[in-house]
Design a protein around this ligand. Structure first.
Ligand SMILES: *[C@@H]1O[C@H](CO)[C@@H](O)[C@H](O)[C@H]1NC(C)=O
Ligand SMILES: *[C@@H]1O[C@H](CO)[C@@H](O)[C@H](O)[C@H]1NC(C)=O
Ligand SMILES: *[C@@H]1O[C@H](CO)[C@@H](O)[C@H](O)[C@H]1NC(C)=O
Ligand SMILES: *[C@@H]1O[C@H](CO)[C@@H](O)[C@H](O)[C@H]1NC(C)=O
Ligand SMILES: *[C@@H]1O[C@H](CO)[C@@H](O)[C@H](O)[C@H]1NC(C)=O
Ligand SMILES: *[C@@H]1O[C@H](CO)[C@@H](O)[C@H](O)[C@H]1NC(C)=O
Ligand SMILES: *[C@@H]1O[C@H](CO)[C@@H](O)[C@H](O)[C@H]1NC(C)=O
Length: 494
């Protein structure tokens, strides 16, 4: 990708400057010394490049989190973002095309468990410690494990993820970010707002170092924070559709699937921990702990939690699927009113892409989105919105991105590769990001639209899609008839 090459080139330049400096300090210039120095300089340059590439890969600006990938990419929505760029169509901007618009929709970075879960995890660990008369095999660490995780907020690792994403966004869209300041909104919870701020930090630091950028421009800022208080119309977070909020289908489907996968694990763990009685749910909690403990204990995720070792790779595949079921039947097409929760945002997106006022009677706030309001400009080039996994899944389904996904089987694993790219880990990991791009290509009158979810080009549905996954804007917008007609909002009070 262009940004990656650029970083390497810039880095080479910096090393060159360092080399000049070393040379400048030399006084007696004998041939041997200068060739010795030259070797030293070359070694320094080489070492610098190696260290730099290592940092680049470890912090995962482009590829995301690649440590312990065999398991960490199977933690559902608790997987840290990893790039799916290689999964299908190239994510590069096609030849003869210029980007003219980008909207990023972003989940917050890795966080501690929510407050209620944190309490339950801690209680579980403590009861195990109180009841167990022995800690055999891989459970040995539990004997002295001290539960000290925080709650709700981003972890230091999650903050880094978001800074990296701001850098990546700046570089990926350099042709636009040099000259345009994104318009930014955030849903109101503090980890989401903090994620937006970290993204901005990465973005602006990169812009400040870019000599080709318009550096007189002000830093982006979070222009609008949309309240998550109950009764608040928020296109980035569900809460005003009563029948949707009351639905328990997602929980029922996951409880049933847990009842299939957990018993053999309960049996194994209980035999390692005599005196302990575990429920199916406890198994899920111990598996959750693997992800949370890993993203909490170091700021680069370089140490995998001992909880992870309690389970096999096959069990991680099942856990991953459990989370995919929970999102699909809780917020996606498996839920009667799931996709409807994403309709408001899609109607806002149409307004931004067509430079027209918002037409929506679902979750938009008409005060914020009023024509001409400074809280909803429609003439910008770059937009960023920050939210939750449960904000993003309904939007993806309202866009029809996974309309090619057959209803997920409730009793056995359907891998993402066989579910037209849908899984919780592929769509809404910690730090997930979708890019919605418009590009003007080779003298054509109408721009093309493309959507990338975690760098995977998701071929569009509902319009005449080309081999690169794109549709013309007018056709794309017409295909969004589900959103334009308000989804099934009228069933919210059925
Ligand atoms: C557990 O961690 C807390 C907070 O760091 C500390 O106060 C406490 O002493 C620790 N307990 C044990 C048993 O190590
Ligand atoms: C709409 O937004 C305005 C301005 O932020 C706010 O005062 C109002 O409470 C919001 N109304 C709803 C229903 O969300
Ligand atoms: C859960 O399993 C029970 C028992 O097999 C079944 O009756 C019920 O329909 C299942 N629920 C869902 C939501 O799949
Ligand atoms: C621990 O023991 C108590 C009392 O015997 C019991 O109620 C509880 O279910 C046990 N919990 C676990 C996780 O073993
Ligand atoms: C909030 O949404 C409801 C349902 O679409 C709508 O009736 C109401 O006018 C909206 N409130 C505001 C302030 O936009
Ligand atoms: C967008 O429109 C507003 C209001 O008309 C104007 O002040 C602003 O300069 C425009 N911005 C761009 C990027 O065209
Ligand atoms: C996706 O499928 C839903 C349900 O069949 C349909 O209402 C919607 O129009 C489709 N969306 C697109 C973009 O094809």
């Amino acid at each position: 990708m262009a940004g990656y090459r650029n970083r390497l080139r810039n880095d080479g330049e910096e090393e060159g400057l360092l080399g000049d400096h070393v040379d400048g300090q030399s006084s007696p210039k004998s041939k041997t010394i200068s060739s010795y120095r030259w070797t030293l300089v070359s070694i320094t340059v080489l070492l610098g490049a190696v260290i730099w590439i290592t940092v680049y890969l470890v912090t995962g600006i482009n590829g995301g989190y690649q440590c312990f990938a065999d398991i960490s990419h199977r933690w559902g929505q608790y997987s840290p973002y990893f790039s799916l760029a290689d999964a299908s169509i190239s994510d590069a901007v096609p030849e003869k095309c210029d980007l003219i618009f980008v909207q990023v929709l972003h989940r917050h970075g890795a966080r501690y468990p929510t407050a209620s879960k944190s309490k339950q995890y801690k209680a579980l660990v403590e009861t195990i410690q109180a009841n167990a008369t022995a800690f055999r095999g891989k459970t040995a660490f539990l004997h002295s494990y001290n539960y000290t995780l925080g709650s709700d907020d981003l972890t230091p690792f999650g903050e880094r993820q978001m800074i990296s994403s701001g850098i990546k966004f700046y570089e990926r869209y350099e042709a636009l970010t040099r000259d345009h300041v994104p318009f930014i909104r955030s849903s109101g919870s503090s980890r989401v707002v903090a994620s937006g701020q970290n993204f901005i930090q990465g973005f602006q630091q990169t812009k400040t170092q870019d000599r080709a950028a318009d550096r007189n421009q002000i830093s982006p800022t979070i222009n609008v924070v949309i309240s998550e208080d109950s009764g608040s119309n928020n296109t980035l977070n569900h809460n005003t559709c009563p029948d949707f909020e009351a639905s328990e289908l997602g929980d029922e489907v996951t409880a049933n699937y847990t009842a299939i996968i957990a018993p053999p694990i309960v049996h194994r763990l209980q035999s390692s921990l005599p005196g302990v009685t575990l429920s199916n749910n406890d198994v899920t909690y111990l598996m959750d702990m693997c992800a949370f403990d890993t993203v909490s204990s170091t700021s680069d995720g370089s140490i995998v939690s001992a909880f992870c070792d309690l389970f096999t790779e096959a069990e991680w595949t099942q856990y991953n699927y459990l989370q995919s079921l929970s999102k699909y039947y809780g917020y996606g097409a498996g839920s009667a009113l799931g996709p409807t929760q994403g309709v408001g945002f899609v109607n806002e997106l149409i307004a931004r892409m067509t430079h027209a006022p918002v037409h929506d009677a679902t979750t938009t706030n008409h005060t914020l989105d009023a024509p001409g309001a400074s809280t909803f400009p429609v003439n910008r080039t770059l937009y960023a919105d920050f939210t939750h996994d449960n904000g993003m899944i309904p939007i993806f389904f309202a866009l029809g991105l996974y309309n090619g996904t057959a209803p997920l089987p409730r009793d056995h694993v359907q891998a993402a590769s066989r579910a037209d790219g849908y899984s919780a880990a592929w769509t809404v990991p910690f730090g997930a990001r979708a890019y919605i791009e418009m590009m003007q290509c080779g003298g054509q009158a109408e721009p093309l639209v493309r959507v990338l979810v975690n760098d995977r080009v998701v071929p569009l549905h509902g319009c005449a899609v080309d081999e690169l996954g794109r549709c013309y804007r007018g056709d794309f917008v017409r295909g969004l008839s589900f959103a334009q007609s308000g989804g099934d909002w009228s069933s919210c009070n059925a």
